[in-house]
Design a protein around this ligand. Structure first.
Ligand code: SF4
Length: 419
């Protein structure tokens, strides 16, 4: 039997050219909090990206921000660079009111936010000298060597399955399908909740780091999902976002959807696989209140690198329309700035989607080291996480004016679908 401990869980703030609370929650840390509590430990959470301003639409909204000095590697990019969330003095004040914990767990996310994670670790050291810090999350997993050089932590955990973590806390390993629901008790106000019905994805797209984060595909039981939704509904939550990487691949999903409370709007910020949207699925999505379902089109082969075929997208759109969605009520992610994919290729694919009545959501390509493009991305970009930033379009060289012009054109075409 392990000694019960008090853990402080911290989700750092962000530093970027832009950052918005687009159903942004540190889901991994929320699961860890629940798991620790299930073993009898005490947890306190500080989520530096919890928004204080009210919601704008479906729970989303703007984060507090303050312009800051750009790090050297980004000096030449002519855009305002800011800290987002809770940082500096405010963060110090929050931490100083917390009783000294036995252990600190620090999560990390975007690789190019590492200066904020490093500064958060430094502040934690300052406020809680002598308390051990364990760091994990996406940046630690994708850039393990860089993270060890830049984050002042005592332990580092790679991957999202928490394998080494259970040994570390002296508890038995608990696989994903046994994890309790995420623990939202740290939030005084909650405009939405996020969850997963599954984790991981087997498709291995060259621009994606999921297979480095989850070593397999894992699912939760339908009853657990229904119970979780009923609980959120009882808390007054009316917007839920699924963080699944391959939502429709979960064989239990459709079964779960049929028994949801029905009045919670469901959002799909990670997109859904068009290949799996037939009429039965589309009908269930519509009946289960999936709002503006987002198809993960990603790339359609203009540069000889198809992720999805145009036929699959057409079939998915037809099924969704037949289920009751109207033109302009479905969207698709399209990745802009992939290596070897010109803006003109991108625009052609966007026009194809718009003609089907699909709004195009531009997914700006961020470099993911250790994936399929390592050979063609310059080493100085791969090795400096600040240069992974999607806002600077690290893998294309077509000029900021041209990028802006394409964005304006896409916005114009999207708007015309709403009329
Ligand atoms: S991009 Fe989507 S489909 Fe491709 S590997 Fe990642 S999660 Fe899977």
């Amino acid at each position: 039997m392990s000694t019960k401990k008090r853990f402080l869980l911290v989700n750092p703030y962000a530093c970027d050219f832009a950052c918005y609370d687009y159903w942004l929650k540190p889901l991994g840390l929320l699961y860890i909090s629940s798991i620790l509590k299930s073993y009898g430990h005490e947890t306190v959470m500080v989520d530096c990206l919890h928004r204080r301003a009210g919601p704008q639409e479906y729970g989303k909204g703007r984060l507090d921000s303050q312009e800051t000095i750009k790090p050297g590697a980004l000096k030449t990019y002519p855009r305002k660079y800011s800290n987002y969330g809770i940082f500096g003095e405010k963060l110090y004040n929050i931490l100083k009111r917390i009783k000294t914990p036995d252990m600190i767990l620090l999560s990390t996310s975007m690789t190019y936010w590492y200066p904020a994670a490093a500064e958060t670790a430094r502040i934690l050291r300052d406020v809680f000298p002598g308390v051990k810090i364990a760091a994990g999350g996406t940046y630690i997993t994708l850039c393990p060597g860089h993270a060890r050089e830049n984050i002042d932590a005592d332990y580092f955990f790679e991957g999202a399955e928490l394998r080494g973590f259970f040994d570390f806390i002296g508890e038995n390993y608990m696989p994903f399908n046994q994890w309790p629901s995420p623990d939202y008790s740290c939030y005084e106000t909650l405009d939405y909740a996020v969850t997963r019905t599954s984790a991981g994805c087997a498709r291995g797209c060259p621009y994606c780091g999921i297979s480095r984060i989850w070593k397999g595909f894992f699912t939760r039981k339908p009853g657990d999902i229904t119970e979780e939704f009923n609980y959120y509904y009882s808390l007054g939550i009316r917007d839920m976002a699924f963080y699944d990487d391959a939502l429709l691949e979960n064989p239990f999903l459709l079964e779960s959807l049929g028994s949801l409370p029905g009045k919670i709007r469901i959002h799909t910020p990670n997109g859904i696989n068009p290949r799996l949207i037939d009429w039965t699925t589309a009908d269930l999505l519509k009946k289960s209140c999936f709002l503006n379902p987002v198809i993960a089109a990603d790339t359609l082969g203009s540069a000889g690198r198809p992720k999805n075929s145009k036929k699959e997208i057409e079939r998915a759109a037809e099924s969704l329309y037949r289920a009751g969605y109207r033109r302009g009520e479905i969207s698709a992610y399209l990745i802009m700035g992939l290596p070897g994919h010109s803006l003109q290729d991108f625009l052609k694919e966007a026009v194809f989607l718009n003609k089907l009545g699909i709004r195009v959501l531009i997914a700006e390509y961020a470099v993911v080291p250790g994936c399929g493009y390592d050979e063609i991305i310059a080493p100085e970009v791969l090795n400096e996480p600040l240069l992974h930033n999607n806002s600077i379009f690290p893998c294309i060289d077509e000029g900021r004016e041209n990028i802006s012009a394409i964005k304006v054109e896409i916005a114009r075409r999207n708007n015309s679908l709403s009329k």
